[in-house]
Design a protein around this ligand. Structure first.
Ligand code: SAM
Length: 254
């Protein structure tokens, strides 16, 4: 399934394998939702919260839910032109949230790896795929709560009636890799995330690359590490892993 937003770190291709390790839950939190590579592929829970601290990601999903027809129309008439790409890439923003959502989609979806460096011209049918994703994403996000917080504030801001039935998925920017997000991830951020997983009392899973630092922290906390597959980034090839603070043996797939 194609996502509305194309950017680096989108987990669409690995989604079935990652989701197969999720525990049964009725409250799902996607704390680093990004392009919704996981969220679009999983079955909706009874209650769902998606979060990203990037104001452009948040604005895009808010505009989709508030102004779907107009967003579709603006994406439909958006010229795929070098001038427009350069104008937006060079930091020029629009005066309304709707056009800033269009700007964000254009820079992300029409550049290499969503890096917004240069306009990608190729044989793909990007606009057709993009327009089809508008309706699919709208339907998926109907009734979903969308928030715009740093991951450290996400769990404290939610009232879980029954934390035992909740599940939080963390998909932070990979530490020590080049990425093109508004804020990248440092070792201290990762340590904070491990601490949350250790102390929140809710089942959590975190995606990361296998590296000595992450494996050491997972080991220290007694978390399970599952190999998901190989993944290419801008700079290198890496092994994608899933770190769980629960035992997924014999868990029923959701
Ligand atoms: C690897 S991407 C998530 C990809 C997503 N799971 C998908 O499959 O499309 C990481 C996301 O985390 C967001 N992010 C970075 N730092 C954050 C923070 N401190 N708190 C919350 N979100 C953050 C970025 O804006 C980015 O969208």
């Amino acid at each position: 399934m194609s996502t509305l937003l194309k950017r680096m770190g989108n987990k669409s291709k690995l989604a079935p394998k990652i989701i197969s390790h999720f525990p049964k839950h009725d409250f799902f939190v996607d704390a680093f939702c990004g392009a919704l590579g996981i969220f679009m592929h999983k079955t909706l829970a009874k209650y769902n919260v998606i979060n990203d601290n990037d104001a452009d990601v948040y604005n895009l999903y808010c505009q989709l839910m508030r102004n779907k027809e107009e967003l579709y129309h603006q994406l439909e008439i958006m010229p795929i032109s070098q001038d427009l790409f350069n104008f937006w890439r060079d930091g020029n923003r629009e005066s309304c949230d709707l056009l800033n959502a269009v700007r964000f989609v254009f820079l992300s979806n029409y550049s290499f790896f969503g890096g917004a460096d240069s306009l990608r011209l190729d044989a793909s049918n990007t606009k057709k795929i993009l327009l089809a994703a508008v309706e699919k994403t709208f339907l998926k996000l109907y009734g979903v709560q969308v928030i715009n917080k740093d991951f450290r504030q996400v769990i404290p801001s939610i009232q879980f009636k029954n934390p035992k039935n909740a599940f939080v998925y963390f998909d932070p920017p990979y530490i020590n890799t080049g990425d093109n997000y508004a804020s990248s991830f440092k070792e201290q951020d990762s340590l904070d995330l491990f601490e949350i997983m250790a102390n929140c009392g809710i089942k959590c899973a975190m995606s990361e690359f296998s590296n000595p630092f992450i494996l050491e922290q997972a080991n220290k906390n007694g978390f399970r590490v599952i190999e998901i597959g190989e993944r290419q980034t801008l700079k290198s090839r890496n092994t994608e892993i899933l770190v769980l603070n629960y035992d997924d043996n014999q868990l029923k797939l959701f």
